[in-house]
Design a protein around this ligand. Sequence first.
Ligand code: FAD
Ligand code: NAG
Length: 429
Amino acid sequence: MLRVAVVGAGAAGLCAARHVLSRPGCFAPPVVFELSDSVGGTWCYDERAGTYDSGRPVHSSMYRDLRTNLPKEVMMFPDFPFDPQLSSFLPHQEVQRYLERYCQSHGIRPHIRFNTTVESVKPIVVTAEGEEERTAWEVTSSDLSGRQKTETFDSVFVCSGHYSDPHIPHIPGIEKFTGTVLHSHSYRFAEPFSGQSVVVLGAKASGLDISIELAKVGAQVTLSHRRPRLTFPLPSGIRQATSVEAVDDKGRIRFQDGSVTEADVLMFCTGYNFRFPFLDAAQLGLEIQDHMISPLYRFMVPPAFPSLFFIGICKIICPFPNFNCQVQFALAVLAGSVTLPTRAQMEDEVRRELQVKLERGVQHRHLLILDQDQWEYCNMLSRSAGFSPLPPVIRSLFEEVHQQRQIHPGNYRKLNYRLISDTQWELID
Ligand SMILES: Cc1cc2nc3c(=O)[nH]c(=O)nc-3n(C[C@H](O)[C@H](O)[C@H](O)COP(=O)(O)OP(=O)(O)OC[C@H]3O[C@@H](n4cnc5c(N)ncnc54)[C@H](O)[C@@H]3O)c2cc1C
Ligand SMILES: *[C@@H]1O[C@H](CO)[C@@H](O)[C@H](O)[C@H]1NC(C)=O
């Protein structure tokens, strides 16, 4: 019986626990470590930002009025639908409720240790009599009183999320800016910004969404980004600007095209860094940077330690379906039904794959974006581990919504969909 530790009880950790529990012949019940006192991770909205009374940083980056940017039909774990009564694009509370229900129906809760932070995860070599040397994992955790405990596991699933540690690009002269500086991680709702002039940096999901929220309460928004000018209709309170280059001596924000503006607020919607304070990257043969972890075979496995699994580090994916595939693949590896290549072969393959992407012109910080590659990635995992692939309707609807979002960023969420079969969806009113 293999003993598995899971770090985090967000969607990825719950998914890992669910599948471990469904293979009782092979795995002991998992131990899920969760630093907060609830499940759901990102989806667990907290009005507070910054740090808790305990001094611990607030994990969730959720804002009050967020609605999902994927319809529930593609967001769901493929084997666990959302409530059919609900509309397709959900307020975050509904996703939180869904994850609680997932936890409940799979009997995961008794296996979660809440209020418990994983402090370190270390490989150790064990030799039992008459056995070959093998790697085990020492997991040290601490409870709220600071009491530490070290336990040994056969495998560790890292499910600690990567939308908590704000990425803030360096802006020369930023110390001369006298207004408020914040990152979307700490943004909760728009009202305090009413009537203010806000420069939003970054026009990806959060930058665009938050700009629209701010414009609705009468903020003057300058949406600064380095992409080609957005051509879809934006609310009248939003104007676009090129990327921010510096803050000048008068405290004004200067853009790349030379124009300047005064602003009350500078809001970084510039994404997040990977951060695993409980891992020693060098010891694991890994390099962990702001936007990259490498080498990871199949974006999951450090070749030097094939019983450690990172779940959910890819970007621009259907997160829950992707986690579901990764977890099933990882458990097949542990159970021995999938044999991994040798360390050298895995390192080679990762190096080659990244090289191909770089040659295609993909920037280093975008190497973990899967986007269109996510379907083949999930298919490949399902083929090698022998579980059912994602039905093609997920891809089809994901792509449809992607298009709608480009055309109507402000109101694509009004549409409702229904899955009719493994290959077809329909629009409903
Ligand atoms: C603003 C925002 C909007 C999003 N919108 C969507 C959307 O519409 N649709 C969608 O599908 N996805 C969306 N996502 C992506 C979302 O992150 C994923 O859906 C999913 O919730 C990620 O789950 P996770 O388990 O990987 O990480 P998380 O949800 O971050 O969970 C990680 C858990 O690990 C715990 N943890 C961390 N470190 C430790 C430690 N050392 N010890 C113990 N526990 C630890 C944390 O407390 C947390 O509970 C959004 C993300 C953000 C930030
Ligand atoms: C976690 O700690 C908080 C704060 O001390 C406490 O209120 C809560 O009951 C604890 N939760 C669990 C499940 O232990």
